[in-house]
Design a protein around this ligand. Structure first.
Ligand SMILES: C[S@@+](CC[C@H](N)C(=O)[O-])C[C@H]1O[C@@H](n2cnc3c(N)ncnc32)[C@H](O)[C@@H]1O
Length: 236
C-alpha cells in the first residue's frame, strides 16, 4: 500500500517514486485534485476509483475511503492512494493511516510537491528570506464546516515578518483579512493569489491583503486556490 503524493497537477512535478508506484498499481484511489494528466502514469490495467471530496460538492465519506483502502489491500492488490500536493499537508492522511494500521496493513508514504511550493515557484518568489521572513506557516481557511476556524492563533498569522500560506481560504479570506487588520497586520501587506497551479489555466494575481479581500467577496470559487501573504508575496 502506497500513499502517493501527486503534486499540484503538473505531471512533471511527480516524483520518480510516484511514477513507479502508479505504473505498478493494480488499484488507484484518487482525489479530484489528484486527477487529470497525472493519472496517465497509472498502469493502464489498474482499476481507477475516484474518491474526491471537493468543498461544496457531495463527498465520499472518509470512512468509505478508508474501507475501500482496507478492502483492496486485504485482497492482496497493489494499492496506490493518490492525494494532491504533498499528502501530509491538509490531506486527512492520519485518518487513512489509522485505518490501515488498525487493519494491520503495511504502508509507505511517498512525499511530493505541495501546491504551496509550486505556487511560490510559479510566481518566482521564495517562501523565506534571511532576517525578514524567517518563518513560513501553512494554515487552513476552512474548518470542517467550511468556515474560518474559531481557534485561530491571530498573533501568529498577523506577524508581519512571516510568510503565511492559506489553503482552502478563498471564501473565508474577507473575514480572515478583517481579523488580520484587527490584529495589526497592515492592509497593504503583499498578497499572492495562486489558482490552479500546475494546470494549463493557472492564474496568479499579485495584490495586497486588503485588495484581495475585496476581490474575494465577489469571486466565484470553482478552482483550487492558495493565498500567500507576507513580505515576499509580491516580490520582484
Ligand atoms: C485538501 S487541501 C490539499 C493540499 C495538498 N495536500 C497540497 O499539499 O497542496 C486542498 C487545497 O490545496 C490547495 N491546492 C491544491 N492544489 C492546488 C493547485 N493546483 N493550485 C492552487 N491551490 C491548490 C487549495 O487551497 C485547495 O483548496
Amino acid at each position: 500500500m502506497s500513499l502517493v503524493s501527486a503534486g499540484p497537477g503538473d505531471p512533471e512535478l511527480l516524483t520518480l517514486k510516484a511514477v513507479d508506484r502508479l505504473a505498478r498499481a493494480e488499484v488507484v484511489l484518487y482525489d479530484d485534485l489528484a486527477s487529470g494528466p497525472v493519472l496517465d502514469h497509472a498502469n493502464p490495467d489498474a482499476m481507477l476509483i475516484a474518491v474526491g471530496k471537493r468543498a461544496g460538492r457531495p463527498s465520499a465519506r472518509q470512512d468509505h475511503v478508508n474501507a475501500l483502502l482496507v478492502e483492496h489491500a486485504l485482497a492482496g492488490r497493489r494499492v496506490v492512494r493518490l492525494k494532491s500536493g504533498d499528502s501530509g499537508i491538509f490531506g486527512r492522511l492520519e485518518e487513512e493511516l489509522a485505518a490501515l494500521t488498525g487493519a494491520g496493513i503495511a504502508f509507505e508514504i511517498v512525499p511530493g510537491v505541495t501546491s504551496a511550493s509550486a505556487a511560490a515557484a510559479a510566481a518566482g518568489i521564495p517562501l523565506t528570506r534571511r532576517l525578514t521572513a524567517r518563518r513560513v506557516q501553512f494554515i487552513t481557511g476552512a474548518d470542517v464546516t467550511g468556515h474560518l476556524p474559531e481557534d485561530i492563533n491571530w498573533a501568529a498569522i498577523a506577524d508581519p515578518a512571516v510568510t503565511t500560506v492559506v489553503f482552502m481560504g478563498q471564501r473565508s479570506f474577507p473575514d480572515l483579512a478583517a481579523g488580520l487588520r484587527a490584529h495589526g497586520l497592515p492592509g497593504d501587506t503583499p498578497a499572492l493569489f495562486a489558482e490552479s497551479v500546475g494546470h494549463p489555466h493557472q492564474r496568479l494575481i499579485r495584490t495586497t491583503v486588503d485588495d484581495l479581500a475585496t476581490m474575494m467577496k465577489t469571486a466565484s470559487v470553482s478552482q483550487p486556490g492558495l493565498i500567500i501573504y507576507g513580505p515576499l508575496a509580491f516580490y520582484t
